[in-house]
Design a protein around this ligand. Sequence first.
Ligand code: ZN
Length: 299
Amino acid sequence: MPWFKRVEKGIITPTEEKKETPDGLWYKCPECKTVTSMAEHRKSLNTCVKCNHHDRIGSKEYFAILFDDNKFTELDENMTSGDPLNFVDSKPYPERTAATQRKTGLKDAVRTAYGKSGGLDITIACMDFAYIGGSMGSVVGEKIARAIDHARKTRTPFLMISKSGGARMMEAGFSLMQMAKTSAKLALLSEEKLPYISLLTDPTTGGVTASYAMLGDFNIAEPGALIGFAGPRVIKETIGKDLPKGFQSAEFVLEHGFLDFIVDRKELKQRLNDLLGMLVETGDQGGIEAKPERAAKTL
Ligand SMILES: [Zn+2]
């Protein structure tokens, strides 16, 4: 008789739910090469305990950091992209989509959700770099547009966490249309005096930088994040000059006036809550009233 018997049959655990598997026990910082235990690295929210290098994380981690008790309701959870151009590179686009979905457990490169952060209602859209380089295709644009509509309908602030290599080439022109669509929706959000905070994380480039990522009432970034439109090599070849040190880092972009502030991930939730606390007040009907509107009323 065996020592252990499987009582329940057919237990299948998705890869991302498995404990202690894929990452190993140790983390080596790519910047300063310090080795720490994975547990300690996670405890410091995937930032290096020695040099504060911010490791890339996904929507799952950001939602856990920002939503109170990691409680949130996801919007348009199952939206997936079509193949409008019958695009084939090294493999057909639908095959790539299916393989990426299996590998990452994600449906596309953005997840949108609403819930409470620091007791205040908020709608958050967060991109995932693991899904085809966080590229912006039709689904990314549509989900962000709908999340903005949700924020407008429920009168909640909107936070966008960008992390993207730019437009998705497999959807070509359809990707570029998302820039106009999301920008137009953000204009409506602004008209209704609801705050939009844009958090730029490593990397935020291409069409994402050129549309919603730079349109925040506050544009904030994580330390050391690469932020730009075209890559340094392209720019160097175009202008025929060497680029200054630290070019396209969050710190460089801040110094040149494109960002409001840089926020350490460990302080992100508190800073966000403080900022929103200054911008909004809870209205009588639930949801929020923007303070400028109230000021205008009393004048
Ligand atoms: Zn380090």
